[in-house]
Design a protein around this ligand. Structure first.
Ligand code: GSH
Length: 206
């Protein structure tokens, strides 16, 4: 059976658990990271030399990097759904995943860490404000894409929605100012109706 290492409150683990939920894939999950430790043991470092979560093991095949894992599971188990069959549609979904990593996550990380994990007196308020503004610009880009599409890569939900989906939960639930992005809001409402998203991603931010 597929094995997943990673704590449930990790944004990167949530992508993988949500993906498994969408596919209906059974797995065994081992708590790892932060208070659970595990990630610095020699055994874990052999699997994932970064000492980060998530990591998966599937029939002896070990993989880390949440987006590589989502792509692997989608390609293996969800062709024509999470993994679009059409090459161009698939590249489109892939593009939104890469864009999230290069453009959205660095700013989301600054906002999330400061507001959730750093005590108020130690927060870098200026960095949060700068990152929040850049995040608003990123959500405006997603908003334009979603003006004519129900989902980021077209009419159907795909793997391309997963990274922005987990980011959107933080965007809409952190105590920050948010410009109105009506198309993103409608897309987020649709995402919130998905049972696997509810189960794995709509959790307290810790
Ligand atoms: N690029 C990696 C980043 C992995 C990562 O930074 N994971 C964080 C949790 S979101 C982690 O392991 N932090 C240390 C810990 O939990 O102990 C991925 O997407 O999988």
């Amino acid at each position: 059976m597929l094995k997943i290492w990673g704590r449930k409150n990790s944004i990167n683990v949530q992508k993988v658990l949500w993906c498994c939920g969408e596919i209906g894939l059974k797995y065994e999950r081992v708590d790892a990271g932060m208070q659970f430790g595990v990630v610095n043991t020699p055994e874990y470092r052999k699997l994932n030399p970064n000492g980060l979560v998530p990591t998966i093991e599937d029939d002896g095949f070990v993989l880390w990097e949440s987006h590589a894992i989502v792509r692997y599971l989608a390609r293996r188990h969800s062709r024509g759904k999470l993994w679009p069959e059409n090459d161009k549609a698939c590249a489109d979904a892939d593009r939104w995943m890469d864009w999230y990593n290069t453009t959205v996550w660095p700013n989301m990380r600054t906002v999330f860490w400061n507001l959730v994990r750093v005590p108020p007196e130690k927060r870098d308020v200026a960095a949060v404000e700068e990152a929040r503004k850049k995040l608003a610009e990123s959500f405006a880009i997603a908003d334009a894409q979603l003006a004519g599409n129900a989902y980021l890569a077209g009419k159907e939900f795909t793997m391309g929605d997963i990274p922005m989906g987990v980011a959107a939960y933080r965007w809409f639930n952190l105590p920050i100012e948010r410009p109105a992005h009506r198309n993103v809001e409608r897309w987020y409402q649709r995402i919130c109706e998905r049972p696997a998203y509810k189960e794995h991603c709509m959790l307290p931010l810790t």
